[in-house]
Design a protein around this ligand. Structure first.
Ligand SMILES: [Zn+2]
Length: 256
């Protein structure tokens, strides 16, 4: 594949990532996500166009505001870089297709949800309902165009995972699991199929357990671990590597 195209996709992803930072920051603050200039939060200086190059501006300025030299959050270059990498991997997997556009949008929303949940311990309802709607539309498309079995497999995956995490939420009074996490797996299941969705859920629990134990041992005791980032990383791993822990369940359940 032409490496120039990949470079273009990478840069495009980093620009989208910089927009996602704005969405994460301004969500629920009443500020518009499409208008209003970007400013430094310490000194209020407006950013110039040359301060807003994704990833590079942060590195060139040493992670500091060009005017007051206060530190700029690592979230900015990190989200830009992760989005750029995701877009590039997605392009390598799907090429210039409608699927690429669909999943690029899905992954952008997932990135916002992951960072937002990490920062605020809550999953924005509007975003998760948007994903559920897109998941349902995808199922309807798969059902009528590709394979009814595949659509049913995805429908069952999302619905069962929703009931599973939803019961955690219900019986613990929201202590072990948020209802937002249950809504998120509903969407992720509907964007997947049975065995792949279950695999990604298992990975999320493993990853959450390992990192949770690590943090509690070496840092401080944390009461609430945001689970959405783990659910999303699990989903991404399975999506890109077609990882399937349950292949022995047989061809009907483990439809691709
Ligand atoms: Zn400043």
């Amino acid at each position: 594949m032409n490496s120039l195209i990949l470079l273009f996709v990478f840069i495009f992803g980093s620009i989208i990532g910089s927009f996602l930072n704005v969405v994460i920051l301004r969500y629920n603050t009443g500020r518009s996500i499409v208008s209003g200039r970007s400013i430094c939060f310490s000194c209020g200086t407006r950013l110039h166009w040359y301060n807003m190059f994704p990833i590079f501006s942060f590195l060139l300025q040493g992670g500091k505001c060009h005017s007051c030299l206060s530190k700029v959050s690592w979230q900015y270059p990190l989200v830009e870089f992760v989005t750029a990498v995701l877009y590039t991997m997605l392009y390598l997997k799907l090429g210039p297709t409608l699927d690429f556009i669909f999943y690029a949008f899905i992954f952008s929303v997932l990135t916002v949800i992951a960072v937002y949940d990490f920062r605020h311990k809550i999953i924005p309802d509007e975003l998760v309902y948007l994903l559920i709607t897109l998941g349902f539309l995808r199922l309807a498309y798969v059902y009528s165009v590709i394979s009814p079995d595949m659509a049913i497999s995805g429908f069952l995956a999302g619905s069962l995972m929703f009931l599973f995490l939803g019961s955690f939420w219900f019986f613990s009074g929201g202590a072990w699991m948020g209802l937002g996490d249950a809504k998120l797996v509903l969407a992720l299941g509907w964007l997947s199929t049975f065995c792949y969705a279950l695999t990604s859920l298992v990975y999320s629990f493993w990853l959450g357990a390992i990192i949770g134990i690590f943090i509690n041992l070496f840092f401080k005791r944390i009461k609430e671990v945001p689970f959405a980032p783990f659910l999303i990383v699990g989903f991404l791993v399975v999506f890109f590597y077609n990882s399937n822990l349950f292949s022995y369940l047989g061809s009907t359940a483990c439809i691709k």
